[in-house]
Design a protein around this ligand. Structure first.
Ligand code: FRU
Length: 488
């Protein structure tokens, strides 16, 4: 089906009542529905928005287009949780229903302020000539979950010298006031991050460009996220059109980060920033959001999906999901990303333990499990997930701890997609005894290497009989496998 502009931007209430029900039925029948990841009931999910802790609960919203698995008129869909793994769907909370967001409630963040949650987001507007206007907007959500939009924009237009590709505000406390960082494009079509400051959240003064690199950051930066801690400053962002020589990547757009010793607010720059690095070594991570929780943990969540790429579930009227929540740690200017401790609450019963002398092939029948593998020094081998009886299909994870190399190949994992961007991702890891912790959930795999030194996330779309796990390894290893419970 070809989607016209009129259909993509048609107000939700003008769709026939039966439309959503039909989509829902089709999506619910998909064999690729997830057991414990946040996924849309119908249509398309993209960026996580407003990830926060408020009113004694975790909150996350996501970019939602419920009417089809395409990018259309976006809104914020809301979920809450007591433990970061069991999420309750609260429904669509911020609708594209005002003059300033008529063509989409785009991405943004949330900040608890006294007894309300402050939401900052981009209002996307197309005028009669289909020219884009970007407004930075605010809203308040109270403890009962009612959202009240602030009538006048926080920021009405980009500063002089920047185009209307201007979006995704992140608002956070800094010293006695507030800072806002936002993705932008300058008039020479270079990607930038701009900052603003405020003392009341309603009026914002432009501070200028955030300095964090001397390289060109492609043609646009989306979803910037700055985390300033006591001993580091972590900047996560999505540069579009970045030269691969600056930071090697194979996805259509990368999700990258730099770490500075600190953030100098006076000069509006990161002190001694590292070179750009990929946040994830896999195929599908984008638009990651992170914040410092009241318990002092740095927590992140990502969109697992990429812009401009068709996925196999599009045919089933739903697309994409959010990642599991991760805890971020910064040590010696290196980033570690680990599954949050709460992930253990998903384990359904005890672990199946195995080693080199026992079993090397398992049928999991659900494809919902956690796998922990500790290898002896210098081990090399191949782990195949989603394999079949003949063992000629599956997602292969090839490891060589002697040379510190991991290669993941999804070409035989199931339905084929994203061919243009390749089926293989290869990356280096520390040359030490390898540890893998892997979360599998029907059509997503999250691989944590050496306690979060690297992470590789990917969607795969296997056939129903592809439920085996096979390990071939030249050295010894200890393995544990837990079945995980469903939360959806
Ligand atoms: C990133 C993005 C954001 C924008 C949103 C719209 O995936 O393009 O820049 O706010 O998605 O859905």
């Amino acid at each position: 089906k070809i989607w016209t502009k009129e259909e993509r931007y048609r107000p939700y209430q003008e769709w026939d009542k039966t439309h959503l029900a039909l989509l829902q039925e089709k999506a619910a029948n998909s064999k690729w529905r997830l057991g414990y990841h946040i996924q849309p009931n119908t249509g398309l999910l993209n960026d996580p928005n407003g990830f926060s802790y408020f009113n004694n609960q975790w909150h996350v919203f996501y970019q939602s287009y419920p009417m089809g698995a395409v990018h259309g008129l976006k809104s914020w869909y809301h979920l809450t949780s007591d433990n970061l793994v069991d999420w309750k769907e609260e429904g669509t909370k911020v609708f594209p229903d005002s003059l300033y967001d008529s063509h989409g409630v785009y991405s943004g963040t949330a900040l608890p302020v006294s007894d309300q949650l402050f939401l900052a987001y981009t209002g996307n507007v197309r005028d009669a000539e289909w020219v884009r206007h970007s407004y930075q907007l605010g809203a308040w959500m109270d403890a009962s979950g009612t959202v009240q939009k602030i009538e006048t924009p926080l920021i009405t237009e980009p500063p002089t010298g920047y185009t209307s590709e201007f979006r995704d505000p992140q608002v956070f406390r800094y010293n006695d006031g507030y800072l806002l960082v936002i993705g932008a494009q300058d008039e020479t079509e270079k990607g930038k991050i701009l900052t603003y400051q405020s003392s009341d959240l309603l009026t914002w003064q432009y501070k200028g460009e955030l300095e964090f690199t001397d390289k060109e950051m492609g043609f646009m930066i989306e979803c910037p996220n700055l985390l300033v801690t006591e001993d580091a400053a972590l900047l996560i962002f999505c540069p579009q059109g970045l030269e691969a020589a600056i930071c090697f990547y194979e996805n259509i757009y990368p999700n990258t980060y730099v770490i500075g010793d600190s953030y100098d607010s006076e000069a509006n720059r990161l002190i001694q920033p590292t070179a750009l690095k990929n946040l994830d070594e896999g195929f599908d991570v984008y638009a990651t959001q992170a914040f410092k929780a009241p318990d002092n943990r740095l927590l992140s969540i990502s969109w697992v999906g990429l812009p401009e790429i068709e996925y196999p579930t599009d045919q089933e009227e739903w697309a994409h999901c959010l990642s599991s929540v991760k805890e971020l740690l910064i040590k010696d200017k290196k980033l570690y990303q680990r599954p949050v401790a709460e992930m253990k609450q998903l384990r359904a019963g005890g672990a199946l333990e195995f080693n080199k002398d026992s079993n090397s092939f398992f049928e999991t029948d659900t494809n919902q499990y956690e796998l922990m593998l500790s290898f002896d020094p210098l081990s090399c081998g191949t782990l195949t997930l989603f394999t079949n009886k003949e063992q000629n299909k599956g997602l292969t994870i090839n490891f060589d701890s002697q040379h510190g190399k991991i290669t993941i190949d999804r070409s035989q994992a199931g339905a084929v997609f994203g061919e243009e961007y390749g089926f293989v991702r290869s990356f280096s890891v520390e040359q030490k005894p390898l540890e893998l912790q892997i979360f599998v959930d029907s059509s997503i795999v999250e691989v944590f290497i050496n306690e979060g030194e690297k992470v590789a996330t990917m969607r795969v779309f296997p056939e129903t009989h592809q439920t085996g796990v096979h390990l071939e390894c030249d050295g010894g290893y200890q393995g544990k496998l837990w079945q995980l419970r469903k939360t959806n």
